[in-house]
Structures are given as structure tokens and as C-alpha cells.
Write a protein that binds this ligand. Sequence first.
Ligand SMILES: Cc1ncc(COP(=O)(O)O)c(C=O)c1O
Length: 413
Amino acid sequence: MNAFTYRDGMLHAEDVAVAELAERYDTPLFVYSRNHLLAQLGALTAAFAAVKPLVCYSVKTNSNGAVIKTFAEGGAGADVVSGGELWRARRAGVPAERVVFAGVGKTADEIEFALKEGIRFFTVESEPELARISDVARRIGATGRVALRVNPDVDPQTHKYISTGKKENKFGLDLARAEQAYEMAARLPNLEVVGLHMHIGSQILTSHPFVEAVRKIAPLCQTLKRAHPAFRCLDIGGGIGIQYKPEQHALEPVVVARELVPLLQPLGLEIVMEPGRYLVGNAGVLVARVQYVKDSPFKKFVIVDAAMNDLIRPSLYQAHHEICAVRETSARVHGDVVGPICESGDFLAQDRELPEMRQGDLLAVLSAGAYGFAMSSSYNSRPRAAEVMVNGKDHTLIRRRETWEDLVAHETI
Ligand SMILES: Cc1ncc(COP(=O)(O)O)c(C=O)c1O
């Protein structure tokens, strides 16, 4: 599904004109399509139906409560990486038994909170973390269910900052150590070791790295299943890539499923998935208004009211986001789209063919639903943008624009 299309020359989000949203809620503005979110969840679940996966939406991708709630209503659980994300997921109505908790640095307080909530399992990244979960669980008289995160050492062929399953990355345990750690975990009090976990990276555009990783992990799953009756689950993480550039091909879940399901089915395990970007990336756009057009002798700069504090992906990963004029035009110019922040790295598009725009025009930065608002900040004392959810003809403000008062709300002079 593509929820963002032109109708009568104006960009729409589902049935609502984006210009109307900008008028009503001002800019910069994140706009999400509820039906796009649900369509993505449906497509993923249908593709993997043969292994009946529990889809745990990766909350870090877009942690707005309305987004989490939409997925929870669609039957998804949540993949969280902090006490704050767990709290958000529970607040948005995700049942605790559908929450999995990842991350290399869980604190004792976070572990205690998760144990008290009764989450499905922790994905554990090191031996000291196993010992800590066991200690906390013993202290409060709980049982910690854990799945060991394995680092299968495969190259996901993605940006190095979002590659997580190679041996030089900080995540998980290598395969040889994982078996020993499993034995250690099985002996620790107040722990139930229920499975293995992997997450090899993000924005992966071919199924090969997933296939290679599952092939590497499958023998260990079989060994552990024979040795430990509690072993029942394999969490294959997230990572399915989306289309950012027109010439790029998204990785369709049916394509991955065609190759993975025959490897997963014989394992006879409960399968958990942790998609993020695939579910929300193309369900959101960032709408901005042109403030100035500056023609320097070298370049044209389209200066807008959104910046790297709203969407850091271009600055951080040199990520490409398509730029669309909200009022359709075939006129093209060459240049950069930049924000007002005092950094040369503050750009949303660089050296690109762009729709021609004038002062006051609206533009939309596409594919901004994932790692957009969630990674935003108030750098340069810029209040964070508002977020709106569209559902057919309806639209709801799901996070109000921050104010200058909000900027200093936690400060004491
Ligand atoms: C453990 C874990 N699971 C899932 C995800 C979601 O990845 P993606 O958005 O690529 O699906 C991430 C992303 O960093 C992650 O670290």
C-alpha cells in the first residue's frame, strides 16, 4: 500500500490533503497513515503464516503511543530496549506476555520492572547480564525467562552503524560461546532459558543474510532443544528493508518467507519477529515549509523549517529520503534541502534533483516513519515537531508540538 499519493495535483495522506494538515497543525509535522501501518503488519503476518510468528513491533523505531496501540490492536506485541520503552508499550495496551526486552546494557532497575510486569522473555547479550537477571529475580522471588542473543557473524550488507550481527559488533554472543552460556544460564537460579535470539542488522534488502544466519543457528537450536526441555523459541529479530529510493526494491516479506519458512518449520519452535522499519518506515512523512531559497554561486539551497533535529538519518547515515512537493510540479532544480541548524551536516537532501519550490511552499520528506521522530531532539532549542495520524478522512493529533516552555520544563536556574 502507498498511503501518500497525489490527487488533483495535491499530495494526500490517505484521503486527507497534506496541505490541509499543515495548515491545521503547522510545520514541521510528521504524518502517519494508520491503514498503511496495519497493511504492513498484515502482509508480514500473512507471509510467515506457516510458522505463526509472534510479531513484536520494535518500539524504538517509532515510539508514539498511538503507533504502538495500532499494532497492539492488530495483534502485535512489542520489542523494547529500555524500561521507558517497556513502560510505553504497557501504557499503549501491549500485554506483558507479548513483550520481549533486548539491549546490551539493561540495568537492575529495568530488569526488576520487567520481571514484575511479567514479560515474555529478555534477550540476553552477555554472561554478566544472565547473572544479574538471576540475582534480581531471586531477590524479588520471580523467574526470569531468557533467550540468548547469538551473533551469527553474517554481513547484512547495510550501513555499518546499523549492522549488528558481525563478530566485531557489540551485540550477542558468538555461536561457540552461546552454547556454554546456555549451560551456565540453565544452572543459574530463578532463570528459565527458553530460546535463542538474533538480530543481524537493519535495512537489509536481500534474503541471503537472513538465510545464512538461520542456517548457522539451526544446528544449535536442535542441540539445545534435545538437551533442554524448556527450549522452545527462536526470535529472528527485525531488519527487513524498505524502499527509500525510487530505483530501490524493497525486500518483500513473501520473498524472505519463501526461503526462511522451510528452514524454520522443521525446528518446531515458536517464532518471534521484531520488525520496525518495515512496519512504519513508509507509513510516515515529514512535512516542512520552505523558508528561503538561497542561490549561492555554487549551489541552490532550499532552506526549510525541518532540520537534522527532526530527522537525523541523512546527517547520521547519509541516508536518502525522497523529497516531494506537496503541490505537484514537474519543474526540477538541482541543490540541497537544508534546515536552520548551525551545522554543515544539517541537510535533508544533498546534491539532488529536486522539485522546484518557492518560499512558503510545502514539501514532504518521504519514508520518515521509522527512526524519524524517535531519534529527534531539541538541538538548537528547536521544539520537537507535532505528529498526526490519518485514518481515511480522519486525522488526530497524536503528539502536540513542543513549546519553548517544554524546552526548559526540567531545568532549574
Ligand atoms: C534487537 C532489535 N530488534 C529489532 C530491531 C528493528 O530493526 P528494523 O527496524 O530494521 O526492523 C532492532 C533495530 O535496531 C534491534 O536492535
